[in-house]
Design a protein around this ligand. Structure first.
Ligand SMILES: [Zn+2]
Ligand SMILES: [Zn+2]
Length: 314
């Protein structure tokens, strides 16, 4: 084998769970993420950046560390091969001639080229794409699937509902004061997670709206306001995602959460006027049952599915 024939097989290093680092080739992004080798779509020649959505040949997504590792491994192999070739050329002659001269060529192996070692970084959110099965990890929370490009906002929202359900289960086995606090927190989390989901969706798909600047500002903390915004900017009627009863219930529970955030949970006149809440008494604390929060979670799950499907298919 000569130097022309060197074929190098370099196995890239994964983290302890089998995730491989990737880096967006776009200069302004350079976003770092990881994918679990062996999951997702097979044989796709491209990747999406979870952060900026750039789609490109998957060979352009090597990280700086991986490039240096490949380079150093290649140089190492070449220098080894060169050493072997030179070794083969070694010779020496017996002293001869009137002056007894001998000639020899001997190869001394010099210093080896160091292999660039690195460790993949720890990331913040691990997701399994429901569309293609790829397991991947990103900084922050939201992102596009590197294999199929599907945005993960719905998946993240579903995961947060699972956590809220765990809070409710915990509330069933602790003292009443703590249980009440957990249920209140669960309700507040439902609203803030739904708001986070809705805002992210409108942000990612702002270009599909009639006014991208306004689309970036739709709040989902108030269902009527969100419904209005989606109708005006995207032509979507969010209320179609649930039954009339579910919509009214969700409005009432959002109003209860509003009381928790703004008046320590004490019923005020605005609540009596807006919330359609038969159990509310002016000046008393609002009552929140774990079962109500569960029903709200069911309704919000349907609203999130519906809105996601509508906006991504516009
Ligand atoms: Zn990017
Ligand atoms: Zn996917």
């Amino acid at each position: 084998m000569g130097l022309d024939d060197i074929k190098l097989k370099v196995s890239l290093i994964t983290d302890e769970n089998g995730y491989l680092g990737r880096e967006c080739p776009i200069e302004e992004c350079k976003g770092y993420f990881k994918v679990l080798v062996g999951t997702g779509l097979e044989g796709v020649g491209y990747s999406y950046c979870p952060y900026c959505g750039h789609k490109g040949d998957h060979n352009t997504f090597y990280t700086q560390d991986q490039m240096e590792y490949i380079r150093s491994a290649a140089l190492n192999a070449i220098s080894d091969e060169l050493g072997k070739q030179l070794k083969k050329m070694e010779f020496s002659t017996r002293p001869s001639g009137p002056f007894g001269i001998s000639i020899s060529l001997k190869h001394e192996h010099g210093r080896r080229i160091p292999i660039h070692r690195y460790k993949e970084k720890a990331l913040e959110t691990y997701v399994e794409c429901p569309n293609c099965g790829l397991k991947y990890a990103v900084y922050g929370v939201f992102g596009f699937c590197p294999d199929c490009g599907q945005h993960n906002s719905l998946e993240i929202f579903r995961k947060s509902l699972e956590l809220i359900e765990k809070m409710l289960e915990m509330a069933a086995s602790v003292e009443p004061d703590l249980a009440a606090k957990l249920v209140e927190d669960a309700l507040e989390n439902c609203v803030s997670e739904f708001d986070g989901f809705g805002r992210e969706l409108c942000h990612r798909y702002a270009q599909k709206s009639s006014d991208p600047v306004k689309a970036e500002r739709i709040s989902f903390q108030n269902l009527e306001v969100a419904k209005q915004g989606l109708a005006t900017l995207y032509g979507i009627d969010m209320e179609e995602g649930v039954s009339e009863g579910e919509w009214k219930d969700a409005i009432r529970w959002f109003q209860k959460r509003h009381l928790l955030s703004h008046s320590m949970g004490v019923v005020d006149e605005e609540h009596i006027r807006k919330a359609n809440d038969n159990s509310a008494i002016l000046g008393r604390k609002v009552i929140i049952e774990a079962e109500e929060v569960r029903q709200l979670m069911g309704g919000l799950g349907k609203l999130a599915d519906f809105t996601y499907r509508k906006i991504t298919h516009l």
